[in-house]
Design a protein around this ligand. Sequence first.
Ligand code: NAG
Ligand code: NAG
Ligand code: NAG
Ligand code: NAG
Ligand code: NAG
Ligand code: NAG
Length: 328
Amino acid sequence: MRTPHGALLLLFIVACLRGAYSGGGWSRFTSIISFGDSYADTGNLVMWADPVLPGLLLKNLPYGETFFGHPTGRATDGRLVLDFIAEALGLPSMPPYLARGSNFSAGVNFAVVGAPALNLTYLQGLNLTVNPPINSSLHDQLVWFQKLKPSLCNGQGTDCFGSSLFVMGEFGGNDYISFLLSNRTVEQARPYVPQIVDSISRGLERLVQHGAKYIVVADIFPIGCLPAALTKLASPNKVEYDRHGCLKSVNRLGRYHNSLLRQQIKMLRYKYPHTKIIAAEYYKPFLAFLDMPGDFGLNSSTTLCWKYALEEALLITTTSTQGAACRM
Ligand SMILES: *[C@@H]1O[C@H](CO)[C@@H](O)[C@H](O)[C@H]1NC(C)=O
Ligand SMILES: *[C@@H]1O[C@H](CO)[C@@H](O)[C@H](O)[C@H]1NC(C)=O
Ligand SMILES: *[C@@H]1O[C@H](CO)[C@@H](O)[C@H](O)[C@H]1NC(C)=O
Ligand SMILES: *[C@@H]1O[C@H](CO)[C@@H](O)[C@H](O)[C@H]1NC(C)=O
Ligand SMILES: *[C@@H]1O[C@H](CO)[C@@H](O)[C@H](O)[C@H]1NC(C)=O
Ligand SMILES: *[C@@H]1O[C@H](CO)[C@@H](O)[C@H](O)[C@H]1NC(C)=O
């Protein structure tokens, strides 16, 4: 059996981090602080949901079934990449910020399912449908972080985040999906890519200014493989699809985002040489899942349905179009 690319990604991150602190005066990370969307949320949306989003399916099985045995608020039946990073670093899994009264000394998670990079008020001003329609963007999550910072740093002096690992993202996927769900074309979304990447970049700078020394930044997944895109832009024209059955134009948009993000990361590394900024690649490992689903324990007849459950969780009611996406 081949080594799963997901595991390679994880090993790479952990190896980078080990390398990052081998020269330092301390031996390990003591906490993880995470920002992101459904790829990272460990329970914030579900805690927000009552009474804002009644009937959220994320609260029910099969969510949580495979590993935890009960729904945890993760948008998966198993664990997230973040859970594996925590485990590899010998840390507990991060409690969601909204779980008041949790012990955040070994980490806290601000990620919210559906969170965009741009704020809700701005996206709605563009007449975009934001789902869920709550203030949970990257910058809202940073406001939460700022509120919690005094208690995180209580009695720790100025270098309070010297042994904290910050994980930023992914962010951006939900912004692009908002365009598509609002009947905009890929061409109409494209001019917003620099602004979306800039929002992530400004978030990273805020973290550096708050004293972050180690930041992992994730790129976005091939968004042209998401059922939301496959459904919204469904076309009888086969040339619009790649060999994975994903929409080429939407994936191009994602790659454009990722290339601008890489440029920003380079710029930030130059600007802040005392902070280690690590780029985590999700785009290519994701395609490997589609290439060889069996190698990763996935069912090849349903590989493109993987995000279906999440959409169902958000939209609450099932729509007939989702089945179409899964049959592709
Ligand atoms: C919080 O967790 C840390 C380690 O994860 C532990 O040392 C500390 O005692 C805990 N604090 C409380 C109040 O439980
Ligand atoms: C929302 O984003 C817009 C555009 O980036 C910005 O001008 C505005 O200040 C932001 N609003 C809040 C409340 O963050
Ligand atoms: C949003 O919709 C309103 C009402 O239809 C319209 O007046 C406005 O110009 C639209 N704004 C944008 C940015 O498209
Ligand atoms: C989101 O935040 C903005 C600015 O703080 C506020 O004006 C708006 O009402 C909020 N929206 C929701 C749905 O809470
Ligand atoms: C998008 O188009 C569909 C079909 O024409 C329509 O039913 C739907 O209301 C539109 N959605 C938005 C957000 O404009
Ligand atoms: C794969 O999914 C299909 C469609 O849901 C199902 O009929 C089949 O039994 C599944 N195969 C395995 C090995 O789980």
